[in-house]
Design a protein around this ligand. Structure first.
Ligand code: R2B
Ligand code: URA
Length: 307
């Protein structure tokens, strides 16, 4: 259905702005981006967001405010107060620093895709040119030491297919979930300069749950054995999966559907072959979560210098 509807045509215009693949939108007098607390009638979106080149998304409000501060420092952009631009909605937090939007998406695919779809509309209405979307996140690693970073080459769903599956009008729609290869390789070469941690490119399983959905033994319910868990984890390793988080499939699928380049860069907090619980200290966890930020900030700084 997806291919039949869109064909292979790109929604990109020659100047880098992009069209939304939904003709119904042209019938609206105004489009309310409800969860962002913005709309395209009462806000001058091109003036507010037309210069956005990068969107960086991550789970928590705290982390994305820290990223906004971090990027302001990296790009030497004087910014004193960081204002949450979605404050009327109270759902998410979004900060703008020069050409960078930093916004949180909550936990899991439904929360992330609501935010992502409204950000995609925002960028299109704002006439942003060739924006790149990053996700910086946390994850459980497979056979790699905690604190390592994984750049996703594709997302794998809970039934081990490389697609984002969503019921639409009563039927499951399957949307392919591959990431932009060149972008992830560029990020790997930047990350590999860091000597304090290792970075890998690999598959990312996106689960719809933190516990059973990620083969954990420590949830309130567990209806399988430790051997079952280890056999499943081994299957994932054999498929090339390097980490498990909760958004990769939908993130890859929707950014691709919009015709936008994107990358998912996650630090691993635990080696799932050895442990289920996330046990590192608060300060270690905070330190590790800066690693994806560092890689993305370096990529953005290089780009901003080039132009
Ligand atoms: C990683 O961490 C969160 C769950 O703790 C989830 O958003 C994810 O993908
Ligand atoms: N986030 C996840 O989704 N899984 C983990 O194991 C750690 C962080």
């Amino acid at each position: 259905v997806w291919r039949k509807h869109y064909g292979s045509s790109s929604p990109k215009n020659p100047d880098g702005t992009f069209r939304l693949r939904n003709e119904h939108l042209s019938k609206l007098n105004q489009d309310v981006l409800y969860h962002l607390g913005l709309d395209n009638e009462n806000y001058d979106l091109p003036k507010m967001f037309g210069d956005v080149k990068f969107v960086c998304m991550g789970g928590t409000k705290y982390r994305m405010k820290e990223f906004a501060k971090y990027i302001a420092k990296s790009l030497a952009i004087p910014c004193e107060d960081f204002v949450n631009m979605t404050k009327h909605s109270h759902r998410y937090a979004m900060y703008k620093v020069g050409p960078v939007l930093s916004v949180n998406h909550g936990i899991g695919i439904p929360s992330m895709t609501i935010l992502l779809q409204e950000v995609i509309k925002l960028l299109s209405y704002a006439k942003a040119k060739d924006p790149i979307i990053f996700r910086i996140g946390t994850s459980g690693g497979l056979n790699i030491s905690p604190g390592s970073v994984v750049i996703s080459s594709w997302g794998l769903n809970g039934t081990l297919e490389k697609s984002y599956d969503i019921p639409v009008l009563g039927k499951i729609r399957k949307i392919p979930s591959h990431f932009d290869k060149r972008l992830s390789e560029e990020l790997l070469s930047i990350a590999s300069e860091e000597k304090d941690f290792s970075t890998y490119i690999g598959g990312t399983m996106a689960a719809d749950d933190f516990y059973r959905g990620q083969a954990r033994l420590d949830g309130p319910f567990c209806d399988y054995t430790e051997e079952d868990k280890m056999a499943f984890i081994k299957t994932l390793v054999e498929l090339g999966v390097k980490n498990i988080e909760m958004e990769a499939t939908a993130f890859a699928a929707m950014t691709r559907e919009a015709g936008l380049r994107s990358a998912d860069v996650c630090v691993t907090l635990v080696n799932r072959l050895e442990e289920d619980q996330v046990t590192p200290s608060k300060s270690k966890l905070l330190e590790w979560q800066e690693r994806p930020m560092l890689v993305i900030a370096k990529y953005i700084s290089l780009y901003v210098k080039k132009y």
